[in-house]
Design a protein around this ligand. Sequence first.
Ligand code: ZN
Ligand code: ZN
Length: 346
Amino acid sequence: MKALRYYGARDVRYESMDDPAPQSVTEAVVKVEACSICGSDLHIYHGHGFSEDVGFCVGHEAVGEVVEIGSGVQRLKVGDKVMLPAAVGCGRCRSCLAGVVHTCEFNMSGCYGLSAQLQGSQAEAVRVPAADMNAMKLPEGISLEQALMMTDALTTAWFGARQADIRPGASVAVIGLGPIGLMAVDSAWVMGAHVVYAIDPVPERRALAAQSGAIALHPDEALERIKTDTKGRKLDCVVEVVGSDATVDFALRLVRPRGTVSVIGVQQSRRFAFPLERAFAAGLTFRVGTCSVPEELPALFPLVQSGRLKPERYISHRLPLSDGAEAYRMFEAREAGALKMVLLPD
Ligand SMILES: [Zn+2]
Ligand SMILES: [Zn+2]
């Protein structure tokens, strides 16, 4: 098959690779019909990924069709259309059964496309471990592209908003307006926010947030504007979607006493200087963590089916998989309004 393989900083190649095959009776192989590039793929692309491996296939967001199943797979059959959540679990332990795969008690949690251990899905096909848990049949009324957006991006956005304790009437800020940040804005509205400030240095991204009804601000003007608007009180809830020291610190400056900061940006920091004294005095709630896709889906399926959330709005490009290297380059450069880059097998 053909796949996008990682060889070092800014070196992703469209190449041949061995066809995936089930390695145990509980596994399946899915022919990829669409996959996408995630902001976290850029960490790998920049050469500071999650392993030292090279030559592995990248990507962790995909939808497609089951083409092969092991004899122990019970809930799927060949021909089923499925979505593949970014992270996998064993499907049998207490944590996985509760939908929280990244704390799998049998240590079977992992994510596609971070190393050679679990090959990625920016490919023509992908091996799915514990397929009964990790490949989900598409529910009625969910398109392939909507499902693709729910394998990681929309689910993470919703989780980030949920972690920020957004309640009806809340005032909210979202820092970082890639696809996940933009969908965190949409999620905040669904949860009942009365105002959402959307903060990003890129004008096109601010324009999209403004279309969703947010007050879109450049980071340099945000603190003063929010202080003025709230008469110094600041905001109930802040969702941070970048993961740098500067933006996490900024989030802590925007939140009111007794408010909540939710950090979902992939952490690039090893030693963040947390202002514990200020947080203690103000009684802040600070949450940081990664989303487990299966846990969020029961709430999200009906919201997408009913059109209350439209994640496919944030797909900016659809390109052939063979143009994968170019898609990475454009996504990194934020060229031509690049938001969610979808790759379709040639
Ligand atoms: Zn992702
Ligand atoms: Zn498990």
